[in-house]
Every structure is written in C-alpha cells, then in structure tokens.
Ligand binder design. Sequence first.
Ligand SMILES: NC(=O)c1ccc[n+]([C@@H]2O[C@H](COP(=O)([O-])OP(=O)(O)OC[C@H]3O[C@@H](n4cnc5c(N)ncnc54)[C@H](OP(=O)(O)O)[C@@H]3O)[C@@H](O)[C@H]2O)c1
Length: 286
Amino acid sequence: MTTNDHAISRRSALTGLGVAALAGAAATQAQAQATVTKPLAGKVAIVSGARNNMGRAFSVKLAEMGADVVVHYHRAETRDQAEETVRLVEAQGARAALTMGDLGQAENVRAMYETAELNFGGVDIVLNNAGAIIKKPLAEFTDDEFERLDAINNRALFYSLREAATRVRDGGRIINTGTSLLAGAAPGYTIYSGTKAPVEEYTRMLAKELGPKRITVNSFAPGPVDTPFFHDQETEQSTAFAARLSTEQRLGVINDILPIVAFLASPGSQWVNGQTVWINGGYLTR
Ligand SMILES: NC(=O)c1ccc[n+]([C@@H]2O[C@H](COP(=O)([O-])OP(=O)(O)OC[C@H]3O[C@@H](n4cnc5c(N)ncnc54)[C@H](OP(=O)(O)O)[C@@H]3O)[C@@H](O)[C@H]2O)c1
C-alpha cells in the first residue's frame, strides 16, 4: 500500500465514520421525533367503559400517543361496539385487548388489570371512565337505583384504585372521571353527584400515597358533554339552559375533553398531582 493508498483508505474510513455518525444522528433524531409524536410508546393503558363515547375517544387518543390499550366494556350485548373501539385503537398502530364485566364486582376489576398484565406485561395508565347516571329527586330513588349508581361511580372506583395502587408501574398515571356538578348544585342530580363525590377525595389522598413511586393521581370534571349519557336525562329546554351556562353558550363536546386527558396521561404532567381539572367552558368554577 502506498502513502497515497493510506491517505485514500484513511479518507474512506473517515467518510465511513462520517456516514455512521450521520446515520446515528438521524436515528437519534428519529427517536426524539417518535418521543414527541408517540410520548406513550411502550406504555400500557386501561380505559374502563370504552365501548363508545368518551371511553372510546380516550382509548384512541392514548393509542395515537403510542400506548397499548385494554378496552373495557360492561355488557356482552355491546361487544360489537367494544370491538369497533379495538379496531380504532389498532388503526393507530397500537395493540388492544378486550375485557368485559360489571366493575361493581371486585373480581371483574381484577380481571381488567390481569388482562393488561397477561397481554402487555403491566399497567402504566389507568383511566377510570365508566360511570352511570339517573336524574330524579333523591326522595324517589329506589334502593336498586341507588345501588346501581353507587356500584359504578363509587365502589368500582375504590376497587380500581386498590388494584392500581399495587399494579401500576412507577411513573404511572391514574386518571379519574368526576363531574363539574361537584362544583355546583342542580336538582335531580343529588345521588349522581353524591356517588361521584369520592372521585375528588380519592384523587387528592391517593396522590400522596403513590407519590413516592412518581405515580400521579388526577381527575377531570367535565360539564355537560354532548353524549347520550347527558341527553337521556334532559329535555330540549333543560339542555338549552345548560348550554347557556357556558361562556360559549354551548355544550361541551368530546374533543374539548381529549387534550386534558392526553396531558394528564403524558410525561409532561409529572408535576400535576392530586388535582381535579374542571373542563366545562366556564359553566361552573371552583
Ligand atoms: N356526558 C356528560 O355530560 C358527562 C359529564 C360529566 C362527567 N361524565 C362522566 O364521563 C364518563 C363517561 O361518560 P359518557 O358521556 O362517555 O357516557 P357513556 O358512554 O355512557 O359512559 C359510561 C360507560 O360506563 C359503563 N358502565 C356503566 N355502569 C357500569 C358498570 N356497573 N360496570 C362497568 N361499566 C359500566 C357504560 O356501559 P353500558 O352503557 O354498557 O352500561 C358506559 O360504557 C362517566 O363516568 C360520566 O359520569 C359525563
């Protein structure tokens, strides 16, 4: 090999190094890009009550952010809708698993967490979305009606938080669904609001218990949202009244709620803990 050959081969080695360095930089940049566009890559989320409406939208949003999602639904008759949620999650390039059952029963809540662990190896994000509502004066509530609301709005939340407290991995996110009624008062919603009241308390207190594991516990409290859950309780007149209470004179829509849930699930919300975020277009404030 001549001196010139050495020079050439050194140059090609350097060029090779340059290409490798460039490739490395590109890979790092791609990785950084993926972290920005898929901040929940490698995370596993559970969303309860996800056959449609808000639960479905939350599932798809978390999938879009990179998480694999356990899609919970309540009743066998609605399996087709839950499967559609799964399809939409998978369309985001995420994995999905289904779990069914009445979450007022502790064993079904355990099964929901086990579905996450068996399919995806753990749980990082829990979105306690399932809930039930009946609008009628307290004096007219039967024992069965009270039990139906208490079972899902209150007891199921306890069961889920108990599982979450030991199963959610360090740095995880627990997000609970409250209601803006907790910041106000409205006739006919005493039992709905009363059974949802623990959401705020459990959130505040559990945040302290799980904080050392860098797990955050927050809740969000929507005002009236344009889903059948709200409309089935209301008349045209009372709907118009509720809409006028917001600063934009309208009901909330699911897309108003999504950015807050996305934020609470994201790494960037680490310093938000034990809070209830009111999402209601200024309908009620606390
Ligand atoms: N829409 C609003 O105006 C509004 C406002 C504030 C807060 N929220 C809260 O937002 C959440 C989602 O509401 P949404 O409007 O999206 O209505 P939704 O689709 O009816 O969501 C409620 C979900 O919870 C499930 N569920 C009810 N009882 C259950 C039980 N015992 N076990 C397991 N799952 C059960 C329902 O399943 P089935 O339908 O099959 O029973 C349904 O999928 C609820 O927690 C609600 O309290 C809603």
